[in-house]
Design a protein around this ligand. Structure first.
Ligand code: S3P
Length: 172
């Protein structure tokens, strides 16, 4: 499966900690293309960590930066692209994804809590991870599904198995 013209070979969406960067790098290797992550693009452009942007400028400002980063990466990048877990919250960002081969890497709340734990580097999970995960996923699950061509569950799978499942799903 490839996009209508140019653009990434595939775009990974899904919650933080689901393994987008690990699986994305494996997929890029398998496909012989480059891996890119819009979080990294934002950090490079801003010269500060995502957590600093959240603290200094707030989530709303971060989403504006993220939208611009997604727009640029979709136009420039022809490899594997991973988006930050909350990129799909913005309706304009979701619209940008139309026509692209978007893969939703999913995981259930228990798995998410186990994988990320109490992670202060992730500003959206710093207080009560399980409760925050439940709320996050309730608010976001349908948005991931809306933008995705395929959904690949990651629970109880290694990154290699997830990458394999992504390639299988895209071939169908
Ligand atoms: C966020 C996910 C993070 C990062 C920021 C916000 C979210 O990206 O963009 O902390 O709202 O879910 P990862 O999914 O790459 O961790």
């Amino acid at each position: 499966m490839s996009p209508a013209s140019g653009g990434p070979r595939l775009v990974l969406v899904g919650p933080m900690g689901v393994g987008k960067s690990t699986v994305g790098a494996l997929l890029a290797q398998r496909l012989g293309v480059a891996y890119r992550d819009t979080d990294d693009d934002i950090v490079a452009a801003e010269g500060r960590a995502i957590s600093e942007i959240f603290v200094d400028d707030g989530e709303e400002r971060f989403r504006v930066l993220e939208k611009a980063a997604v727009r640029t990466a979709l136009a420039e990048h022809e490899g594997v692209l991973a988006l930050g877990g909350g990129a799909i919250l913005d309706a304009d960002t979701r619209a940008l994804l139309t026509g692209h081969p978007v893969v939703y890497l999913s995981m259930d709340v228990e798995e998410a809590t186990r994988r990320t734990g109490l992670n202060v580097a992730r500003p959206l999970l710093a207080v009560n991870p399980r409760k925050q995960w439940r709320e996050l996923m309730e608010a976001r699950r349908h948005l991931y599904t809306e933008v995705a061509r395929v959904v690949v569950p990651t629970d109880a799978r290694t990154p290699e198995e997830v990458a394999e499942a992504v390639l299988d799903a895209l071939e169908k």
